[in-house]
Design a protein around this ligand. Structure first.
Ligand code: F0G
Length: 466
């Protein structure tokens, strides 16, 4: 039987959007105006935008059709019930609270359960999660397994939580821990999955100390598919059945539906606990909206309801994971240092190994991101010392756990030739890496500094690279 090797996109194109083409001079000008921060560069300057897979998906014809069916009633809209049913089909949780995006769920949840003296352990908190935990006064603790902290180590489930460390924490301070969080997939740790076995073990410890387990499930379908591919005994199960089991193991979950629900905006909080749900709804009404729309339009709820079903289609997930792997494999073959193995939604360059001559305190990940944009118009995202480090009292940089440059792949948006172009750009910069130098941070805000700070090159001219 014919066994094709080519991964074909499981869709054809119906609407096209022009791709911005700019010269190196135009990009140089944009970078200087942005003080070398890619978050401050207008999208019109970017040719291939891999800054994030969040809110950047292409919607399907079924999603657009659903948009037209939307009911925009303030209270009890039909669209809410379709959305609620889609979330319950997966999570089996009675309370479904829509929010405008993931961090709204985080703010609501941690303003209820967080606060001074509390500790929230996770495999790894994403930046907004950590910021919302800390903004409540609580401590955000990352307890990912040792393999998950080292980019070059091979392990099928690098998103797993260190269960011994969790056990120790709960044995010592369980009264201070209002919940345990598993981020699936583990975005800050390289888009790596958490295994079912690990989730079950974490749940068991949670039960022992009567602490609820929550999933930050932005990429639950990619996690389910990676379990299907890699975990013993899971090959015969559908990604939907695996996802349902993941949610059965949790007491609650929140989702940025801008990822695995193919939404351009949206999210939800789903809970079993009646009292917690009621507290969350009260805050929701105060700042997000009535509980049947939570800051979203009916048309958003409709598109998400369809997206939550579509994302579990096997031909989509197979294409999704294989096409990320395609980029990873070509870069690996070219000797580019990468976080191993490929993540679900992104390929992560290991900037410390990419630029060994640039000290970590001089932000090698930011330098690599700048070079990819300047040379090829490819916009990536630093997930390293800029995002997770901080400036100490003595003015020096406290490093982040790793220095990664994430090439996040928007869902159903770019084709294989776009990815071939990206591979070429990364290789071009890698071959010239010895010309790259370090940076220092300017104008640092008190939280989430990576979004708005500026940078200054330290004794080299990024524009003179080639
Ligand atoms: N949790 C995870 C695991 C995330 O990746 C994100 C967002 C959030 C929560 C917050 O959701 O953006 O809807 O408020 N991640 C985006 C990214 C921004 O680029 O990875 P949000």
């Amino acid at each position: 039987m014919f066994q094709p090797k080519t991964i074909i996109e499981p869709f054809r194109v119906k609407v096209v959007e022009p791709l911005p083409r700019r010269t190196r001079e135009q990009r140089a000008e944009a970078l200087v105006a942005a003080q070398w921060n890619l978050f401050s560069v207008p999208a019109r300057e970017v040719t291939i935008d891999l800054m994030t897979d969040s809110g950047t998906s292409a919607m399907s014809q079924e999603q657009w059709a659903a948009v037209f069916r939307a009911d925009e009633s303030y209270a009890g809209a039909n669209s809410f019930f379709r959305f609620r049913d889609a979330v319950q089909e997966l999570t089996n949780m009675p309370h479904v609270i829509p929010v405008h995006q993931g961090r709204a769920a985080e703010r609501i949840l941690f303003s209820v359960v967080g606060g001074e003296g509390q500790v929230i352990p996770a495999n790894t908190h994403f930046d907004t999660t950590r910021a919302n935990v800390e903004a409540s006064g609580a401590e955000a603790l990352d307890l990912v397994i040792e393999e998950g902290r080292c980019p070059s180590t091979e392990h099928p489930f690098k998103g797993n939580m260190d269960v011994a460390a969790l056990q120790k924490l709960l044995a010592e301070r369980s009264e201070q821990v209002p919940m345990v969080v598993l981020t699936v997939t583990n975005n800050s740790g390289g888009g790596q999955p958490v295994s079912l076995a690990n989730m079950r073990a974490v749940r068991e410890i949670c039960d022992q100390y009567q602490v609820p387990l929550f999933l930050d499930c932005a990429r639950f379908a990619e996690n389910a598919w990676l379990i299907h591919l890699r975990e013993e005994g899971q090959q015969q199960r559908s990604p939907k059945a695996i996802a349902q089991e993941m949610f059965r193991l949790a007491h609650g979950t929140w989702m940025s539906a801008k990822k695995d629900a193919f939404g351009n905006i949206g999210g939800f909080l789903a809970l079993h606990d009646d009292a917690l749900a009621s507290q969350c709804r009260n805050i929701l009404i105060l700042t997000e909206g009535f509980p049947t729309y939570g800051g979203l339009a009916g048309r958003d709820l409709e598109a998400l309801a369809v997206g939550l079903e579509e994302v579990l289609h096997e031909d989509y997930l197979q294409y999704r994971i294989q096409s990320t792997h395609y980029v990873w494999q070509h870069l690996d073959a070219a000797g580019v240092p990468l976080l191993r193995p490929a993540g679900g939604h992104a390929v992560y360059l290991d900037a410390r190994a990419f630029l060994p001559h640039v000290p970590v305190a001089e932000l090698p990940g930011q330098t690599v991101s700048i070079a990819l944009f300047l040379e090829g118009g490819v916009r990536a995202c630093e997930i390293g010392t800029v995002m997770f480090g901080h400036t100490r009292d003595d003015g020096l940089q406290e490093p982040g756990p790793m220095d990664l440059v994430r090439l996040a792949i928007p869902r159903r948006v770019y084709t294989q030739s776009h990815m071939d172009y990206v591979i070429e750009v990364v290789r071009y910069v890698f071959e010239r890496r010895q010309h790259l130098g370090g940076l220092r941070i300017l104008n640092e805000p008190p939280a989430l500094r990576h979004f708005t700070c500026g940078f200054e090159p330290l004794g080299w001219d990024p524009l003179a690279l080639t």
